[in-house]
Design a protein around this ligand. Structure first.
Ligand code: ZN
Ligand code: ZN
Length: 267
């Protein structure tokens, strides 16, 4: 399993999750032209993508969804509320993701759970590759961490978690009080400390990779986010990697564990 970020933060979000050559896109905050450019930067083309999953309808996650769907004819998977908020996607290409139900999407099994955020019906996803069994938990915008999300993400090989802001930078930064209250109000965004605490609770010997998403350019920095989360993680073998805000990159590649195991058994 490989995961790429095509951009992360309020200027636009999109993640690509791949199993072999089979890809799905999670969120589409970029229009078709920007999407092609960003995919090309990491050696991918949109024709490799089999489906689009949307966490919620906010512009930075879904602005390019309808145009990209129209161009590449992807089925679009999202909650009923997210679909209701996105009127330009034809009904025949919509698939409703129900919380708690497992759905096959391309080369993955997708499970969804609701998250608190100021959108219609936002969700976080766990994707398990059918071929390798590798599992990744993806939580974009969320204002708090519900117990069901922790259960869904409990035994992931990789995690992609929001780490939106540093509490002190937000408090002393330029945002007006009302906006600050919205961000930290339980239906906004979690901060570095909350993200680190979540990562620590989800940490287990099989966790191989941790990416931090959706860093604020005003109230956070990549080095501060990584430092904060790694400090909470302590001696865990996993080190947090903050996703680049404006450029595309490979976040991580997980090798199937079975090959190593089989080799040692053969000896
Ligand atoms: Zn949002
Ligand atoms: Zn967002």
């Amino acid at each position: 399993m490989r995961i790429w970020s095509l951009g992360s933060g309020s200027r636009g979000n999109a993640l690509v999750v791949g199993s072999g050559d089979r890809l799905v896109l999670v969120d589409c905050g970029f229009g078709p032209r920007a999407l092609v450019t960003r995919l090309k930067a990491v050696g991918l083309v949109p024709e490799m993508i089999e489906a689009l999953l949307l966490t919620h309808e906010h512009q930075d996650h879904a602005d390019g969804a309808a145009k990209a769907q129209h161009k590449w004819r992807w089925p679009v998977y999202a909650s009923a509320g997210t679909h209701a908020a996105l009127r330009d996607i034809p009904a025949k290409h919509r698939v409703v993701l129900q919380a708690g139900a497992a759905q096959t999407v391309g080369a993955f099994t997708v499970e969804a759970t609701p998250v608190p955020h100021d959108a219609r019906e936002p969700m976080a996803f766990a994707l398990t590759a059918t071929a390798s069994g590798a599992r990744v938990g993806i939580a974009h915008d969320l204002g708090a961490v519900p117990p069901a999300l922790e259960r869904l993400f409990a035994r992931c090989d990789a995690l992609c978690l929001e780490a939106n802001h540093d509490g002190e930078m937000l408090r002393h930064g330029p945002y007006p009080r009302a906006l600050q209250d919205r961000i930290r109000g339980g239906r906004g965004h979690i901060d570095n400390a909350e993200s680190g605490a979540l990562a620590r609770r989800l940490s287990h010997p099989g966790l191989k990779a941790l990416a931090l998403l959706h860093l604020s350019e005003t109230n956070n920095t990549p080095s501060l986010a990584a430092r904060s989360v790694n400090a909470v993680l302590g001696s865990s073998r996993v080190q947090a990697h903050p996703a680049a805000g404006r450029s595309a990159e490979l976040l991580f590649a997980l090798e199937a564990a079975t090959r190593t195991t089989q080799f040692s058994l053969a000896l």
